[in-house]
Write a protein that binds this ligand. Structure first.
Ligand code: ADP
Length: 611
């Protein structure tokens, strides 16, 4: 503590921060870290499962997100504590590797920490706990292999994939689903969305190599319409329209020139003064500019372009000229879209137009959508036919697309461009519609507290939130379908796999003579916490439900019994069609164990002020 004076001579006290803090060491450090981790897990626990609660998160700039996706909740929380940040990373890793199970992994880690705390209090050394957990996780992962089943599917038999995606969707997008009011509506919507996700994944999948490039699937949304109107577009949608209303709305077998350069006469970069003192001079300048643009248009036509898609804008005069010269154009298209268009239409040439040497060469160099750097590597002769003004045109390439059409939604102002059937191109778009709150309001609006209702379901806000949450749910469904293509083994959900692992781990614990067996047993208890959370969130008696299901599993030697969250009337998750991917479940257990081991091994928390 020190006494200091400000510039007016007024005294004030400086408290050094480190004097306030006590540096945590040993068991105290471990306990403090465990409670930080547990605090994060506690937040997510209520969001687990089909009856999980949503969280409403407000960002510093006032944006509101309503979600029950673990990764999103943690991503948006302003977490300060380093251990809490580790839990955020844990969820992120699960999202990155698997794409689903982000809530479950944190709940599992929280339960492991809780059990570890009890063991620490009993005097067991953290290293022994960590080792016990490691052994137990190996037992659990092996047991999962044992109870897993192979799922046979193919392009003609997509039902198993659809069912798995439906399991994922059923615990997601609660706000979207609640707006559909009745259970009948919910199910009516879940299936088409699952089917769309599966079809999207299959159309970009390489089934021979068992690989799926999810980057080829674009998930777009536009507020309006109904969730049921969500569609799969075999191509790309661009939130733009033709630059002139009189340009054709539909172009078949389009040859697209993709420009990332200005499509207008060049503007001097440095300041120049042009003295125009007569009408003639002005007209000459104007004519020259017009001619310049006219030449550009002509060159586009000469190379055979039937549509120009440009990253930059062009003025009304140029627009009029384009319309007049019958060259449809789209302006202000974002870089990401341009790249996707390039990928979508580029692959077509590689596969189908190899005889066209120049285009073929260019396309081969552009596969993967790396438009700019690759193009610069091309020699002028190669560019010659397609690059009509190298100093102006950064990238210009002729591409083929089956059909380009402009689609209007509701009002004439709301338009989108669909670039479809790009022959062999595998890029697809899931185009989400929804947000019409009318039905929601009729049934539920009256039940909400008016202030809350106006905040959450302020029309624009509510609509946007619903589209965003649907996007996140579809992302999870896509990941699940991808995981099944990579490895078609599944385990049953609803906590059944965890309960079965818990029984196996518990049974294995006795075989270990050391102190580790306590940790192994604790691990088995932690595995039960997933089912307890599912039961709690569904309004069931957690302990009673768990013990009943567990004894049923042991009695009937059947690992498919889980928590009947939706009150279907059977605990058999196989009958309920509740599946999860084997790799997803294994990853959850492995990641949660690794993070908990890491936390347990920290025995001193040193911050910069402690040096
Ligand atoms: P995560 O982000 O971890 O995927 P979710 O909120 O999606 O979390 O919940 C997933 C859990 O809910 C899994 O354990 C899954 O088996 C379970 N689950 C999903 N649908 C059902 C269902 N219809 N009945 C019982 N459990 C379900």
């Amino acid at each position: 503590m020190a006494l200091a004076f400000d510039e007016y001579g007024r005294p004030f006290i400086i408290l050094k921060e480190q004097e306030q803090k006590t540096r945590l060491r040993g068991i105290e450090a471990q306990k403090a870290n465990i409670s930080a981790g547990k605090a994060v897990a506690r937040i997510l626990r209520t969001s687990l499962g089909p009856k999980g609660m949503d969280k409403m998160l407000q960002s510093p700039d006032g944006d509101v997100t309503i979600t029950n996706d673990g990764a999103t909740i943690l991503e948006q929380m302003d977490v300060d504590n380093q251990i809490a940040k580790l839990m955020v990373e844990l969820s992120r890793s699960q999202d990155y590797e698997i794409g689903d199970g982000t809530t479950g992994v944190v709940v599992m880690a929280g339960a492991l920490l809780e059990q570890a705390e009890r063991l620490l209090e009993r005097g067991i050394h953290p290293i022994r706990i960590a080792e016990g957990y490691e052994m137990a996780s190996r037992i659990a992962v092996e047991h999962l292999e044992h109870i897993a089943q192979k799922f046979d599917f193919g392009p003609t038999n997509i039902e198993p994939l659809v069912q798995t995606c439906m399991t994922t969707l059923s615990s997601k997008m609660q706000i979207a689903i609640h707006m559909l009011v009745s259970t009948e509506n919910v199910n009516r919507c879940k299936r088409p969305l699952a089917e769309i996700s599966v079809k999207a994944v299959l159309s970009v999948a390489d089934l021979e190599r068992k690989d799926v490039n999810l980057d080829l699937i674009k998930v777009e949304g536009k507020v309006g319409g109904k969730l049921e109107d969500t569609e799969l577009v075999y191509g790309i949608t661009v939130d733009k329209d033709m630059s002139h209303p009189q340009m054709p709305k539909k172009i078949e077998d389009a040859k697209i020139a993709i420009l990332t350069c200005p499509f207008e006469p060049p503007k001097p970069k440095t300041k120049h003064k042009v003295d125009i003192d007569t009408v003639e001079k002005f007209q000459t300048l104007r004519q020259q500019e017009q001619k310049y643009f006219d030449d550009m248009v002509q060159k586009c036509k000469d190379v055979g372009a039937t549509l120009v898609i440009c990253q930059w804008g062009f003025d009304d005069e140029a627009n009029h000229l384009l319309m007049h010269r019958n060259l449809p154009a789209v302006r202000w298209v974002g870089g990401v879209e341009l790249e996707l268009i390039a990928i979508a239409t580029g692959l077509y040439f590689a596969a189908n137009n190899a005889c066209n040497l120049i285009n073929g060469l260019i396309i081969i160099m552009f596969i993967g959508g790396r438009i700019v750097p690759r193009f610069q590597e091309l020699t002028p002769e190669k560019l010659g036919r397609v690059c009509f003004a190298p100093f102006l045109v950064y990238v210009m390439l002729l591409r083929n697309a089956g059909l380009v059409r402009e689609k209007s939604f509701g009002t004439t102002k709301d338009k989108m461009l669909y670039i479809e059937h790009c022959a062999n191109s595998r890029a697809v778009t899931i185009f989400i519609r929804g947000g019409s709150l009318a039905s929601y309001w009729t049934s539920f609006g009256a039940r909400l507290e008016p202030k809350m209702a106006s905040f959450v379901f302020d029309d624009a806000l509510g609509n946007k939130m619903m589209i965003e949450e649907t996007k996140r749910s579809i992302h999870d469904a896509l990941c699940v379908a991808r995981n099944l293509i990579r490895n078609n083994s599944i385990v049953y959900g609803g906590g059944s796999a965890e309960i079965s692992c818990s029984i196996a781990v518990e049974a294995a614990a006795d075989k270990y003579p050391g102190v580790e067996q306590y940790a192994i047993r604790a691990f088995a208890d932690a595995l039960d916490s997933v089912s307890i959370a599912l039961a709690e969130n569904s309004g069931l008696q957690p302990i009673e439900t768990l013990s009943a299901v567990k004894s049923q599993q042991i009695k009937e030697n059947n690992p498919h019994f889980g928590i009947d969250c939706n009150d279907v009337g059977t605990n058999d998750m196989r009958e309920q069609n509740v599946f999860e991917t084997l790799i997803g479940k294994q990853q959850q257990i492995l990641l949660a164990t690794q993070v908990v081991k890491m936390i347990l091994k920290i025995d001193d928390v040193i911050s910069p002020s402690d040096y």
